[in-house]
Write a protein that binds this ligand. Structure first.
Ligand code: SF4
Length: 199
């Protein structure tokens, strides 16, 4: 079949109109279907929070029923994410809860609730207390810093640094927390500082 430019435009215009009408009619069906479900706000409390995964700071709406989070989704009122979440943020519900087979929310059994420590050369993790963790980290930082601190470099220039410690920031932290971590690392003479989102 030979198509002139005019008939080609007519044909594609008709196809586009048909596709739009089909889509509208499908949307109409799903709106009608959705309206038969109870509105979540009628049985759950809505709580606004911030995604804990990275520094973008997307806003999340949580729905809580009887003290249990039953849903998490992007907050459409947030100017940061306008209701959208990346795959990581979209799975934030599973940090704490998951759905059992019948759809009931249950606490995620894989959730870590205690600090875990793996000793150098060990092949397994041990549960430790927060106090033990904090004391061990502080002691190791101090010992390493004290034994490697340089006040001057090989040319006699004052440097006051250690190159034996690297400091990695966290996307779990806010900009302000990362700013303070950065200051603390600099105050200790650490110069190898980085962050997965380069904050
Ligand atoms: S991890 Fe994704 S959803 Fe969470 S703040 Fe970052 S971009 Fe937003």
């Amino acid at each position: 079949m030979k198509l002139s430019r005019r008939s080609f435009l007519k044909l594609t215009g008709t196809a586009t109109a048909a596709a739009t009408l089909t889509s509208l009619s499908l949307q109409g069906d799903s709106v009608a279907e959705a309206s038969s479900y109870p509105v979540r706000l009628s049985y759950a409390k809505e709580v606004t929070s911030i995604c804990t995964f990275c520094g973008v700071g997307c806003s999340i709406l949580y729905h809580v029923k009887d003290g249990v989070v039953i849903n998490a989704e992007g907050d459409p009122d947030s100017p940061v994410n306008e209701g959208a979440l990346c795959p990581k943020g979209g799975s934030i519900y599973n940090l704490s809860y998951m759905y059992e087979k019948k759809g009931k929310p249950v606490v995620n059994p894989n959730r870590l609730t205690k600090p875990l420590y793996r000793a150098p050369g060990s092949d397994h993790w041990e549960e430790k207390s927060w106090d033990w963790m904090m004391e061990t980290i502080v002691k190791r930082i101090k010992d390493t810093r004290d034994s490697t601190f340089q006040t001057v470099d090989e040319n006699g220039v004052t440097v006051n640094r250690t190159t034996a410690i690297a400091w990695l920031g966290s996307s779990y932290c806010t900009n302000e927390e990362n700013y303070l971590f950065h200051k603390m690392a600099r105050a200790m003479g650490i110069i190898n500082i980085d962050h997965c989102a380069r904050l």
